[in-house]
Design a protein around this ligand. Structure first.
Ligand code: C2E
Ligand code: MG
Ligand code: MG
Ligand code: MG
Length: 286
């Protein structure tokens, strides 16, 4: 029978899939364990600023995995793995839950009140019911949709598995969530989707920022995107801003939000609190 064939098949191939032989599979089972235990995963937060005044304008939640043996593993490495091995929806739920919990905590603290932007993977948008999941979480933590922003990479919007993302995004938009296009300029050659989809914000990929202000081509691209966005009523966030020269160029070009190591690296919540909501000195310490 088909069943027995499958069983034989899996038996036959088991040695090749043995953990020791396949570091990728070891990592997948480690990630599964990390999701169950929960204590190896963390959200870090990177602030967004006005490039001229430094004013705090928002923050992005970035997932971190502290592997017990291998140390910090980059999300750029384990997120694709999670997607391939069916762990993304669980991982995505973990991020939504944690980001909402943190936002709720900060709403009742002296932290500045900012939107927290979370990264949403393609699979979270195609499969599962993202809208219900977000709404449930918001309700649990008594948050408003305006307090959570969703970052989608450009490639999500044209993924052939997705069909038309328009209705799903419009539903989220109608609920009050803000939507940003991440890594703008790297994934897609047509701008048509900007007209069709309910986007609020463009995050200009750091590939265009890196060689500012020297690269004439990048300078021209950045200026053109800023002008287009202004004409469409969209905000632009410049990603990966590392130097004062880049900041000066961006101010001059009319960019009003930047994110990058020049202002802050992604940090654990506690370090952000120390920076932005320092506790009054205890009486005993005086
Ligand atoms: P992203 O959403 O474009 O996030 C920005 C990345 O640029 C982060 O890398 C951040 O640490 C890094 N970065 C910020 N400022 C600078 C800078 O000035 N210079 C340089 N060289 N890099 C800078 P990170 O945290 O390693 O994340 C990589 C990617 O992994 C993210 O890119 C995002 O696509 C994905 N990711 C991270 N967290 C999540 C998550 O919770 N869910 C999903 N689906 N994806 C996530
Ligand atoms: Mg992002
Ligand atoms: Mg980005
Ligand atoms: Mg990026």
């Amino acid at each position: 029978s088909a069943k027995r064939l499958r069983r034989n098949h899996s038996l036959r191939f088991r040695p090749a899939l043995d953990k020791q032989d396949n570091p990728q599979l070891t990592l997948v089972s480690d990630l599964r364990a990390a999701l169950i235990s929960g204590d190896q995963l963390e959200l870090h937060f990177q602030t967004q600023h006005h490039p001229g005044t430094g004013e705090l304008l928002g923050m992005e939640a970035l997932l971190r995995w502290r592997h017990p043996q291998d140390g910090m593993i980059s999300p750029a490495d384990f997120i694709p793995l999670a997607e391939r091995h069916g762990l993304m929806s669980e991982l995505g739920s973990w991020v939504i839950e944690k980001a909402c919990a943190q936002q709720a905590h900060w709403q009742h603290s002296s932290m500045p009140k900012l939107t927290i932007w979370i990264n949403i993977s393609a699979l979270q948008l195609f499969q599962g019911d993202l809208e219900t999941q977000l709404n449930t979480c918001l309700k649990r933590y008594q948050l408003k949709p305006s307090q959570i922003g969703l970052e989608l990479t450009e490639s999500v919007l044209i993924d052939e598995r997705a069909g038309d993302m328009g209705p799903r995004l419009r539903a989220l938009k109608e609920q009050g969530y803000s939507i940003a296009i991440d890594d703008f300029g790297t994934g897609y050659s047509s701008l048509g989707y900007l007209k069709r989809l309910p986007v609020d914000k463009i995050k200009l990929d750091r590939a265009f920022i890196r060689e500012l202000p020297d690269s004439q081509a990048d300078a021209a691209i950045v200026k053109a995107v800023l002008e287009m966005a202004q004409g469409m009523g969209l905000c632009v966030v410049a990603e990966g801003v590392e130097t004062q020269e880049q900041c000066l160029f961006l101010v001059e070009a009319g960019c009003t939000i930047v994110q990058g190591f020049y202002f802050a690296r992604p940090l654990p919540a506690i370090e952000l609190e120390q920076r932005w909501a320092p506790l009054p000195m205890a009486a005993g310490a005086l």
